[in-house]
Design a protein. Structure first.
Length: 417
Protein backbone atom coordinates (compact mmCIF):
# COMPACT_ATOMS: atom_id res chain seq x y z
CA UNK A 1 0.00 0.00 0.00
CA UNK A 2 1.38 3.40 -1.05
CA UNK A 3 2.26 5.77 1.76
CA UNK A 4 0.71 9.23 1.66
CA UNK A 5 3.38 11.87 1.10
CA UNK A 6 3.86 13.91 4.24
CA UNK A 7 3.29 17.66 3.82
CA UNK A 8 6.28 19.85 4.65
CA UNK A 9 6.05 21.57 8.00
CA UNK A 10 5.81 25.30 8.40
CA UNK A 11 9.45 25.34 9.53
CA UNK A 12 10.52 23.52 6.37
CA UNK A 13 8.52 25.85 4.13
CA UNK A 14 10.13 28.85 5.81
CA UNK A 15 13.59 27.36 5.31
CA UNK A 16 12.85 26.85 1.60
CA UNK A 17 11.60 30.44 1.28
CA UNK A 18 14.70 31.77 3.09
CA UNK A 19 17.04 29.80 0.81
CA UNK A 20 15.22 31.06 -2.27
CA UNK A 21 15.43 34.67 -1.05
CA UNK A 22 19.16 34.30 -0.27
CA UNK A 23 19.96 32.90 -3.73
CA UNK A 24 17.97 35.67 -5.42
CA UNK A 25 19.60 38.36 -3.29
CA UNK A 26 23.14 37.14 -3.96
CA UNK A 27 22.38 36.88 -7.68
CA UNK A 28 21.38 40.56 -7.63
CA UNK A 29 24.53 41.42 -5.63
CA UNK A 30 26.66 39.70 -8.27
CA UNK A 31 25.03 41.61 -11.13
CA UNK A 32 25.22 44.94 -9.26
CA UNK A 33 28.87 44.53 -8.20
CA UNK A 34 30.07 43.54 -11.66
CA UNK A 35 28.16 46.44 -13.27
CA UNK A 36 29.67 48.90 -10.77
CA UNK A 37 33.20 47.62 -11.31
CA UNK A 38 33.04 46.98 -15.05
CA UNK A 39 34.46 43.45 -14.61
CA UNK A 40 33.71 40.15 -12.86
CA UNK A 41 34.81 41.17 -9.38
CA UNK A 42 32.19 39.00 -7.67
CA UNK A 43 34.07 35.85 -8.81
CA UNK A 44 37.00 36.91 -6.59
CA UNK A 45 34.91 36.77 -3.41
CA UNK A 46 35.42 33.63 -1.27
CA UNK A 47 32.27 31.90 0.10
CA UNK A 48 32.98 33.07 3.66
CA UNK A 49 33.08 36.72 2.48
CA UNK A 50 29.87 36.28 0.50
CA UNK A 51 28.28 34.86 3.64
CA UNK A 52 29.51 37.85 5.67
CA UNK A 53 28.07 40.25 3.09
CA UNK A 54 24.71 38.47 3.24
CA UNK A 55 24.61 38.49 7.04
CA UNK A 56 25.41 42.23 7.13
CA UNK A 57 23.01 43.12 4.28
CA UNK A 58 20.47 45.96 4.25
CA UNK A 59 16.93 44.71 4.79
CA UNK A 60 13.74 45.87 3.07
CA UNK A 61 11.91 48.80 4.62
CA UNK A 62 10.26 48.13 7.96
CA UNK A 63 7.57 50.43 9.36
CA UNK A 64 6.99 51.41 12.97
CA UNK A 65 4.97 54.00 14.82
CA UNK A 66 7.17 56.72 16.29
CA UNK A 67 7.90 56.27 19.97
CA UNK A 68 6.34 59.60 20.95
CA UNK A 69 2.90 58.87 19.47
CA UNK A 70 0.62 56.04 18.47
CA UNK A 71 -0.32 55.85 14.79
CA UNK A 72 -3.57 53.87 14.24
CA UNK A 73 -2.86 50.35 12.95
CA UNK A 74 -5.02 50.90 9.88
CA UNK A 75 -2.91 53.95 8.89
CA UNK A 76 0.32 52.03 9.59
CA UNK A 77 -0.73 49.10 7.40
CA UNK A 78 -2.08 51.36 4.66
CA UNK A 79 1.11 53.42 4.35
CA UNK A 80 3.28 50.30 4.51
CA UNK A 81 1.39 48.70 1.63
CA UNK A 82 1.33 51.81 -0.55
CA UNK A 83 5.03 52.60 -0.02
CA UNK A 84 6.13 48.99 -0.54
CA UNK A 85 4.24 48.78 -3.84
CA UNK A 86 5.63 52.16 -4.93
CA UNK A 87 9.24 51.14 -4.20
CA UNK A 88 8.90 47.91 -6.20
CA UNK A 89 7.56 49.76 -9.24
CA UNK A 90 9.78 52.87 -9.10
CA UNK A 91 12.89 52.61 -11.28
CA UNK A 92 16.12 53.94 -9.79
CA UNK A 93 18.56 54.71 -12.58
CA UNK A 94 22.36 54.84 -12.13
CA UNK A 95 23.48 55.75 -15.67
CA UNK A 96 27.11 56.19 -14.60
CA UNK A 97 27.27 52.44 -13.95
CA UNK A 98 24.73 51.26 -16.53
CA UNK A 99 22.35 50.10 -13.78
CA UNK A 100 18.55 50.27 -13.60
CA UNK A 101 16.91 48.69 -10.58
CA UNK A 102 13.75 49.16 -8.57
CA UNK A 103 14.06 51.57 -5.67
CA UNK A 104 13.37 48.61 -3.40
CA UNK A 105 16.41 46.77 -4.83
CA UNK A 106 18.57 49.85 -4.44
CA UNK A 107 17.58 50.10 -0.75
CA UNK A 108 18.64 46.47 -0.19
CA UNK A 109 21.15 45.37 -2.85
CA UNK A 110 22.51 48.82 -3.79
CA UNK A 111 23.11 49.89 -0.20
CA UNK A 112 24.66 46.52 0.66
CA UNK A 113 27.17 46.98 -2.18
CA UNK A 114 27.65 50.56 -0.97
CA UNK A 115 28.85 49.15 2.37
CA UNK A 116 30.98 46.29 0.97
CA UNK A 117 34.06 48.49 0.86
CA UNK A 118 33.88 48.65 4.67
CA UNK A 119 32.82 45.02 5.17
CA UNK A 120 35.89 43.70 3.32
CA UNK A 121 39.40 44.25 4.73
CA UNK A 122 42.68 44.07 2.82
CA UNK A 123 43.91 41.03 4.75
CA UNK A 124 40.68 39.02 4.45
CA UNK A 125 41.79 37.12 1.32
CA UNK A 126 44.38 37.37 -1.45
CA UNK A 127 42.29 39.43 -3.89
CA UNK A 128 40.76 41.70 -1.22
CA UNK A 129 42.86 44.78 -2.16
CA UNK A 130 41.80 44.41 -5.82
CA UNK A 131 38.13 44.05 -4.84
CA UNK A 132 38.25 47.10 -2.58
CA UNK A 133 39.98 49.18 -5.28
CA UNK A 134 37.34 48.14 -7.84
CA UNK A 135 34.50 49.06 -5.45
CA UNK A 136 35.99 52.38 -4.32
CA UNK A 137 34.52 54.61 -7.06
CA UNK A 138 30.97 53.43 -6.40
CA UNK A 139 31.31 53.36 -2.61
CA UNK A 140 32.84 56.84 -2.47
CA UNK A 141 30.13 58.26 -4.74
CA UNK A 142 27.56 60.07 -2.57
CA UNK A 143 25.54 61.31 -5.55
CA UNK A 144 23.25 58.30 -5.83
CA UNK A 145 22.74 58.05 -2.05
CA UNK A 146 21.76 61.72 -1.94
CA UNK A 147 19.37 61.13 -4.82
CA UNK A 148 17.87 58.23 -2.86
CA UNK A 149 17.02 60.64 -0.06
CA UNK A 150 15.51 63.08 -2.56
CA UNK A 151 13.33 60.34 -4.07
CA UNK A 152 12.22 59.10 -0.66
CA UNK A 153 11.40 62.68 0.38
CA UNK A 154 9.07 63.08 -2.62
CA UNK A 155 7.45 59.67 -2.09
CA UNK A 156 6.96 60.26 1.63
CA UNK A 157 5.64 63.78 1.01
CA UNK A 158 3.13 62.51 -1.56
CA UNK A 159 1.91 59.61 0.58
CA UNK A 160 1.98 61.48 3.89
CA UNK A 161 0.19 64.46 2.38
CA UNK A 162 -2.54 62.24 0.97
CA UNK A 163 -3.79 61.53 4.50
CA UNK A 164 -2.86 64.78 6.25
CA UNK A 165 -5.72 67.03 7.30
CA UNK A 166 -5.52 70.28 9.24
CA UNK A 167 -8.62 69.31 11.23
CA UNK A 168 -7.65 65.70 11.96
CA UNK A 169 -3.87 65.44 12.14
CA UNK A 170 -0.51 65.58 10.36
CA UNK A 171 1.35 62.45 9.24
CA UNK A 172 5.02 62.54 8.41
CA UNK A 173 7.64 59.86 7.79
CA UNK A 174 11.30 59.61 8.70
CA UNK A 175 13.86 57.26 7.12
CA UNK A 176 16.96 56.03 8.92
CA UNK A 177 19.13 52.91 8.45
CA UNK A 178 19.75 51.31 11.87
CA UNK A 179 21.66 48.26 13.06
CA UNK A 180 19.33 45.35 13.70
CA UNK A 181 18.26 44.78 17.29
CA UNK A 182 20.24 42.49 19.57
CA UNK A 183 20.10 38.88 18.42
CA UNK A 184 19.52 39.81 14.75
CA UNK A 185 21.91 40.72 11.96
CA UNK A 186 22.21 43.27 9.20
CA UNK A 187 20.91 46.80 8.86
CA UNK A 188 17.25 47.75 8.95
CA UNK A 189 15.91 50.42 6.62
CA UNK A 190 13.57 51.85 9.20
CA UNK A 191 10.62 54.13 8.44
CA UNK A 192 9.12 55.85 11.47
CA UNK A 193 5.57 57.14 10.98
CA UNK A 194 4.63 60.16 13.08
CA UNK A 195 1.20 61.59 13.81
CA UNK A 196 0.83 65.06 15.33
CA UNK A 197 -2.40 66.77 16.25
CA UNK A 198 -3.28 70.23 14.88
CA UNK A 199 -2.87 73.31 17.05
CA UNK A 200 -6.23 74.99 17.62
CA UNK A 201 -7.03 78.55 18.67
CA UNK A 202 -10.02 80.87 19.10
CA UNK A 203 -9.88 84.20 17.32
CA UNK A 204 -12.05 87.21 18.09
CA UNK A 205 -12.94 89.13 14.92
CA UNK A 206 -15.51 91.94 14.87
CA UNK A 207 -16.69 90.93 18.34
CA UNK A 208 -17.26 87.27 17.42
CA UNK A 209 -15.06 84.45 18.67
CA UNK A 210 -14.37 81.82 16.00
CA UNK A 211 -12.45 78.51 16.10
CA UNK A 212 -9.28 78.36 14.01
CA UNK A 213 -6.43 75.98 13.29
CA UNK A 214 -2.79 76.87 12.88
CA UNK A 215 -1.52 76.64 9.30
CA UNK A 216 1.44 74.40 8.59
CA UNK A 217 2.30 71.09 7.01
CA UNK A 218 4.17 67.92 7.92
CA UNK A 219 7.36 67.37 5.91
CA UNK A 220 9.33 64.11 5.64
CA UNK A 221 12.40 63.74 7.88
CA UNK A 222 11.84 67.00 9.79
CA UNK A 223 8.18 67.13 10.88
CA UNK A 224 5.86 70.10 11.14
CA UNK A 225 6.71 73.31 9.29
CA UNK A 226 4.56 76.19 10.55
CA UNK A 227 3.77 79.14 8.32
CA UNK A 228 5.06 82.44 9.70
CA UNK A 229 4.51 85.82 8.00
CA UNK A 230 6.09 89.21 8.66
CA UNK A 231 3.86 92.30 8.57
CA UNK A 232 6.11 93.76 5.86
CA UNK A 233 5.43 90.74 3.62
CA UNK A 234 1.73 91.68 3.81
CA UNK A 235 2.38 95.28 2.84
CA UNK A 236 1.96 96.52 6.43
CA UNK A 237 4.57 99.27 6.80
CA UNK A 238 3.52 100.99 10.02
CA UNK A 239 3.73 97.97 12.33
CA UNK A 240 5.59 98.48 15.60
CA UNK A 241 7.47 95.25 14.93
CA UNK A 242 8.26 93.13 11.89
CA UNK A 243 8.46 89.93 13.90
CA UNK A 244 6.96 86.89 12.11
CA UNK A 245 3.35 86.14 12.97
CA UNK A 246 1.59 82.80 13.24
CA UNK A 247 -1.12 82.03 10.69
CA UNK A 248 -4.47 80.54 11.71
CA UNK A 249 -7.26 79.51 9.37
CA UNK A 250 -10.87 79.64 10.52
CA UNK A 251 -13.03 76.54 10.20
CA UNK A 252 -15.32 78.52 7.90
CA UNK A 253 -12.45 79.10 5.47
CA UNK A 254 -11.55 75.39 5.44
CA UNK A 255 -15.19 74.56 4.69
CA UNK A 256 -15.32 77.02 1.80
CA UNK A 257 -12.03 75.65 0.43
CA UNK A 258 -13.46 72.12 0.42
CA UNK A 259 -16.74 73.27 -1.18
CA UNK A 260 -15.16 75.32 -3.94
CA UNK A 261 -12.04 73.26 -4.69
CA UNK A 262 -14.30 70.25 -5.10
CA UNK A 263 -12.36 68.21 -7.66
CA UNK A 264 -9.32 67.14 -5.65
CA UNK A 265 -8.86 65.43 -2.30
CA UNK A 266 -9.15 67.71 0.74
CA UNK A 267 -5.58 66.83 1.74
CA UNK A 268 -4.27 67.93 -1.68
CA UNK A 269 -6.25 71.18 -1.54
CA UNK A 270 -4.87 71.90 1.95
CA UNK A 271 -1.28 71.10 0.95
CA UNK A 272 -1.58 73.65 -1.86
CA UNK A 273 -2.91 76.17 0.67
CA UNK A 274 0.22 75.63 2.77
CA UNK A 275 2.40 75.99 -0.32
CA UNK A 276 0.56 79.17 -1.38
CA UNK A 277 1.24 80.82 1.99
CA UNK A 278 4.82 79.55 2.02
CA UNK A 279 5.46 81.54 -1.18
CA UNK A 280 2.74 84.15 -0.73
CA UNK A 281 1.54 86.49 -3.48
CA UNK A 282 -0.23 89.32 -1.63
CA UNK A 283 -2.94 91.62 -3.05
CA UNK A 284 -5.44 94.17 -1.85
CA UNK A 285 -8.93 94.47 -3.33
CA UNK A 286 -10.74 97.74 -4.06
CA UNK A 287 -11.97 97.86 -0.46
CA UNK A 288 -8.41 97.38 0.83
CA UNK A 289 -9.14 93.84 2.01
CA UNK A 290 -6.02 91.69 2.22
CA UNK A 291 -5.95 88.77 -0.22
CA UNK A 292 -3.41 85.95 -0.57
CA UNK A 293 -3.38 84.08 -3.85
CA UNK A 294 -4.30 80.38 -3.79
CA UNK A 295 -2.47 78.20 -6.33
CA UNK A 296 -2.91 74.54 -7.23
CA UNK A 297 0.55 73.25 -8.13
CA UNK A 298 1.53 76.75 -9.22
CA UNK A 299 -1.68 77.67 -11.09
CA UNK A 300 -3.92 80.39 -9.64
CA UNK A 301 -7.38 79.22 -8.55
CA UNK A 302 -8.56 81.79 -6.00
CA UNK A 303 -7.72 83.89 -2.94
CA UNK A 304 -7.78 83.72 0.84
CA UNK A 305 -9.23 86.75 2.57
CA UNK A 306 -7.09 87.44 5.65
CA UNK A 307 -7.02 89.83 8.59
CA UNK A 308 -4.24 90.71 11.01
CA UNK A 309 -5.69 90.46 14.52
CA UNK A 310 -3.75 90.82 17.78
CA UNK A 311 -0.44 89.89 16.21
CA UNK A 312 -1.64 86.89 14.24
CA UNK A 313 -2.71 86.38 10.62
CA UNK A 314 -6.29 85.09 10.52
CA UNK A 315 -7.64 83.51 7.33
CA UNK A 316 -11.30 84.52 7.21
CA UNK A 317 -12.59 82.80 4.07
CA UNK A 318 -11.69 81.33 0.70
CA UNK A 319 -12.84 82.87 -2.57
CA UNK A 320 -12.82 80.99 -5.86
CA UNK A 321 -11.21 82.99 -8.67
CA UNK A 322 -14.51 83.92 -10.37
CA UNK A 323 -16.28 85.11 -7.22
CA UNK A 324 -17.33 88.69 -6.78
CA UNK A 325 -14.82 89.42 -3.98
CA UNK A 326 -11.80 88.87 -6.24
CA UNK A 327 -10.26 91.25 -8.82
CA UNK A 328 -11.00 88.69 -11.55
CA UNK A 329 -14.59 88.25 -10.35
CA UNK A 330 -15.18 91.99 -10.54
CA UNK A 331 -13.77 92.09 -14.08
CA UNK A 332 -15.90 89.11 -15.09
CA UNK A 333 -19.00 90.98 -13.87
CA UNK A 334 -18.00 94.14 -15.74
CA UNK A 335 -17.40 92.19 -18.97
CA UNK A 336 -20.44 89.90 -18.89
CA UNK A 337 -22.89 91.24 -16.32
CA UNK A 338 -22.72 87.94 -14.42
CA UNK A 339 -23.58 88.44 -10.75
CA UNK A 340 -23.24 86.12 -7.77
CA UNK A 341 -26.48 84.20 -8.36
CA UNK A 342 -25.68 83.87 -12.08
CA UNK A 343 -22.33 82.34 -11.20
CA UNK A 344 -23.98 79.92 -8.79
CA UNK A 345 -26.49 78.88 -11.45
CA UNK A 346 -23.71 78.27 -13.96
CA UNK A 347 -21.61 76.64 -11.18
CA UNK A 348 -18.58 78.65 -12.25
CA UNK A 349 -17.80 79.30 -8.58
CA UNK A 350 -16.45 75.73 -8.25
CA UNK A 351 -13.40 73.99 -9.65
CA UNK A 352 -15.31 70.96 -10.98
CA UNK A 353 -16.98 73.10 -13.65
CA UNK A 354 -13.59 73.80 -15.19
CA UNK A 355 -12.45 70.17 -15.11
CA UNK A 356 -14.07 69.55 -18.48
CA UNK A 357 -12.44 68.83 -21.82
CA UNK A 358 -14.86 71.10 -23.71
CA UNK A 359 -14.45 74.30 -21.72
CA UNK A 360 -10.85 75.17 -22.59
CA UNK A 361 -11.26 74.28 -26.26
CA UNK A 362 -14.11 76.70 -26.96
CA UNK A 363 -12.85 80.02 -28.33
CA UNK A 364 -15.82 82.04 -27.05
CA UNK A 365 -15.55 80.67 -23.52
CA UNK A 366 -11.77 81.11 -23.60
CA UNK A 367 -12.17 84.77 -24.49
CA UNK A 368 -14.73 85.38 -21.73
CA UNK A 369 -12.45 84.01 -19.03
CA UNK A 370 -9.17 85.21 -20.49
CA UNK A 371 -10.45 88.79 -20.71
CA UNK A 372 -11.33 88.59 -17.01
CA UNK A 373 -7.91 87.24 -16.01
CA UNK A 374 -9.27 83.72 -15.33
CA UNK A 375 -7.27 81.90 -18.01
CA UNK A 376 -5.49 79.92 -15.29
CA UNK A 377 -8.71 78.03 -14.52
CA UNK A 378 -8.78 76.74 -18.09
CA UNK A 379 -5.20 75.55 -17.74
CA UNK A 380 -6.00 73.41 -14.69
CA UNK A 381 -7.80 70.68 -16.66
CA UNK A 382 -4.64 69.40 -18.35
CA UNK A 383 -2.61 69.89 -15.18
CA UNK A 384 -4.71 68.00 -12.62
CA UNK A 385 -7.18 65.88 -14.61
CA UNK A 386 -5.43 62.64 -13.58
CA UNK A 387 -5.90 63.28 -9.84
CA UNK A 388 -9.39 64.76 -9.99
CA UNK A 389 -12.17 63.13 -8.00
CA UNK A 390 -14.99 65.10 -9.64
CA UNK A 391 -15.54 66.38 -13.18
CA UNK A 392 -18.18 68.61 -14.73
CA UNK A 393 -21.47 66.72 -15.07
CA UNK A 394 -22.77 68.83 -17.93
CA UNK A 395 -21.60 70.75 -20.98
CA UNK A 396 -20.40 73.95 -19.38
CA UNK A 397 -19.87 75.64 -22.72
CA UNK A 398 -23.39 75.18 -24.10
CA UNK A 399 -25.03 76.11 -20.78
CA UNK A 400 -22.92 79.23 -20.41
CA UNK A 401 -23.29 80.40 -24.00
CA UNK A 402 -27.06 79.82 -23.95
CA UNK A 403 -27.32 81.68 -20.63
CA UNK A 404 -25.36 84.63 -21.98
CA UNK A 405 -27.42 84.55 -25.17
CA UNK A 406 -24.35 84.28 -27.38
CA UNK A 407 -24.48 80.72 -28.70
CA UNK A 408 -24.69 82.02 -32.24
CA UNK A 409 -23.57 85.58 -31.64
CA UNK A 410 -20.05 87.02 -31.40
CA UNK A 411 -19.18 87.71 -27.77
CA UNK A 412 -18.65 91.43 -28.23
CA UNK A 413 -22.17 91.80 -29.71
CA UNK A 414 -23.79 89.58 -27.06
CA UNK A 415 -22.29 91.61 -24.22
CA UNK A 416 -23.37 94.90 -25.81
CA UNK A 417 -26.93 93.58 -26.06
Amino acid sequence: MAHRKKKPSGHQLQAIANAHYKNEFLSKIKSFVNSCCGEDIYALLPPKIIERIYILRFHSLSFVSAADNMVPNIALKSQKQVISDWLKNFTFDLPKYGIKVSLNDYLTVGLTVFSMYHIIHDNDFASAPKVRTALRNYCDDDEHYNRLNDELFLIFLTIGSSICNLEIGFYWLNFEPKLAEKGKTGINNLVEIHLQMPESFRIKINGTVRPAIRLGWALPFTGLDWIMMKPSSLGIRDALSDDPMKVFIQSHALLRLTERIDSIETSVAQYNMYDSFLNANVFYDSNHNLLIEYRIFGTKAGYFRVDVVDGIVAVRTFLFLTQSGTPEGVLLWKNTGLKMLDKKYLAIDKLSTFISSDINKNEQINKIFSDAGCQSLLELYDKIDQICTKHSSQSTCSLMLDYLGCANTPISEAILE
